[in-house]
Design a protein around this ligand. Structure first.
Ligand code: NDP
Length: 243
């Protein structure tokens, strides 16, 4: 069994989360990997010796907490939580279904608050631990058709910086990573065809060269590898040609 501390990654079934899981797996960390589509995690190229997989919707705090406690019984306290699970549903605020606003707030904001609350008490008591929240460039800059998504990601920025200040004295770290456009499954959930085609046209302005998700995983690893007394508060990372 690995002697390294436990790392919990949400949204590990695709995109940034899957790449981050692979990177920490290669470095022999015990992992708790969470998503709703667990079969996709099972299909990742991982050494499954110290990997736990649980079907969790991050907006369900009880389900989320049960999974974390189960893993902590085996591997000890969570040393890193990567709050990565998220959904981006584009649409002009006048036409977008309110249910899409709700989905984004439940996942992108409440999911992050849930995860944070689940691990934070023990981290404070132990004076040890790191939480890395995956936000977005849309967490500090406006783009058309992003009203509710931007509101959720501005929210991630706000809650991360607030909690970072609240727990700094106990040596617990909170960091943000704010990626630009990258090739993942994120766009496949957009239901508004006009918003989708506008986004794809915007991406073409970058010559179709968006950010490699592997670079986001490497940035998360870099933040974590700093000594506990050093916090990288935010990394903003995007394809060079993104404006
Ligand atoms: P993907 O769609 O590839 O991955 C999203 C992940 O989140 C999946 O593993 C999905 O798993 C999980 N997820 C979604 N909803 C829930 C939920 N309710 N409960 C648990 N897991 C959930 O997209 P990305 O990898 O791109 O997204 C990761 C993060 O990066 C998101 O927070 C996104 O907002 C952010 N981001 C992405 C950018 C991009 O251009 N790709 C740019 C900037 C930020 P499952 O469906 O199996 O539950």
């Amino acid at each position: 069994m690995s002697t390294k501390p436990l790392i919990v990654i949400t949204g590990a079934s695709s995109g940034f989360g899957a790449k981050t899981a692979q990177l920490f797996n290669q470095a022999s960390y015990p992992l708790l990997l969470l998503a709703r589509r667990t079969e996709k995690i099972q299909a990742l190229p991982l050494n499954f010796e110290d990997v736990l997989i649980e079907q969790v919707d991050v907006s369900d705090k009880k389900e989320f907490e049960n999974a974390v406690r189960k893993a902590e019984k085996i591997y000890g306290p969570t040393d890193l939580l990567v709050n990565n699970a998220g959904v981006m549903l584009l649409g002009n605020v006048l036409v977008q279904a309110e249910s899409e606003w709700q989905t984004m707030f439940d996942t992108n904001v409440l999911g992050v608050l849930n995860g944070t609350k689940i691990v934070l008490d023990a981290m404070i008591k132990n004076n040890q631990g790191t939480i890395i929240n995956v936000s977005s460039i849309a967490g500090f800059k406006a783009f058309p058709d992003h009203a509710a998504y931007a509101a959720s990601k501005f929210g991630v920025h706000g809650l991360t910086e607030t909690i970072r200040q609240e727990v700094a004295e106990s040596n617990v770290r909170l960091s943000l990573i704010s990626p630009g456009a990258a090739e993942t499954e994120l766009l496949t959930h957009v239901t508004n065809e006009q918003s989708l085609s506008d986004y794809l046209a915007w991406k073409e302005l970058m010559g179709g060269l968006t950010l490699d998700p592997q670079k986001v995983a490497e940035s998360i690893f870099f933040i974590y590898q700093m000594p506990q007394e050093v916090t990288i508060r935010e990394i903003v990372i995007a394809a060079t040609k993104q404006q």
